[in-house]
Design a protein around this ligand. Sequence first.
Ligand code: SPD
Length: 357
Amino acid sequence: MNRLIRVFLAVVIASALLLFAINRLNKAEGFAGDNTLTIYNWGDYIDDELIDRFEEETGIKIIYETFDSNEAMLTKIQQGGTTYDIAVPSEYMIDKMREEDLLIPLDHSKIPNLKNIDERFMDLPFDPANKYSVPYFWGTVGIVYNTKMLNDIEITSWNDLWNPALKNEILLVDGAREVMGMGLNSLNYSLNDTNEAHLKEAKEKLDSLTPNIKAIVGDEIKILIANEEAAVGVVWSGDAADMMWENENLDYVVPSEGSNLWFDNMVIPKTAKNVDAAHQFINFMLDPEVSAQNTEWVSYSTPNKAALEFMPEEMVEDERFYPSPELTEKLEVYENLGKKNLAMYNDFFLQFKMHRK
Ligand code: SPD
């Protein structure tokens, strides 16, 4: 073989090896141009079968990661070094992310299924005209309780939780706004109160609940309460619905002093590498039958009006999880209180957690 042919072959082999290496790297890290979609969602918040179906239908590979609080999600995205194409924050966090220029405006022409969303959940104050976000699930914060374990103890209000008969029986969801909100609501303060003295009072009121608190937990709250490891839980409504499918002794109430109405929406963060696929995925999730399947699996309340007809009647007609607009109007939506005030909520929540140790 003459020298020229040897050099030519070496160049061809080296190029092939280089292309192979680049391809592997793209697959592993979700680089631009790669046919992957990276989703960052709450735990237990999608039917895995739908991920498989989307992959099969589109040829797009999904990389899926979960978080357990809005704050954890924000920190991860702020830190950089991630390539999330989709995230699912709640309302006040969407406002904050928009303010911090962390979101990409949506192209509504690529989301025709947006027409399926109930108007009631569109154009809300945290995202006028749904410029950055599309409704995924919604719900309330309330109390799930085991009627069999509690005998005659009635639970209708936040203040009922301070009953000494509930010693070591309460599990709390691990959320700063939720737990501080419970303290604030029990004192008839707003969930968006920014008066430091009120927040301190709420924290001290929570401290006095310590003997009744068994633990502050994440998604495992569902198994613990369904298995009757505790009689009472302060939870998001959909988790209560899920537990109630598992255990018929459970009931759910939105406390009489008031509570939180929340909305989790899909957004495309600026970290996105595959904006087209992100729009494709959002549109897929808004298909009525897909949304109905997801809702039945997740147990949270769907904002997708067209999906309701594909769901069991007993689910859609359950006013505990699909409260009327009259009732939801009485509830408070968390506002983006600004960096300083949100930090104050987190600090008091942390102090409360430390107090329990
Ligand atoms: N396991 C999924 C939980 C999702 C709940 N999101 C509620 C956010 C309320 N701010």
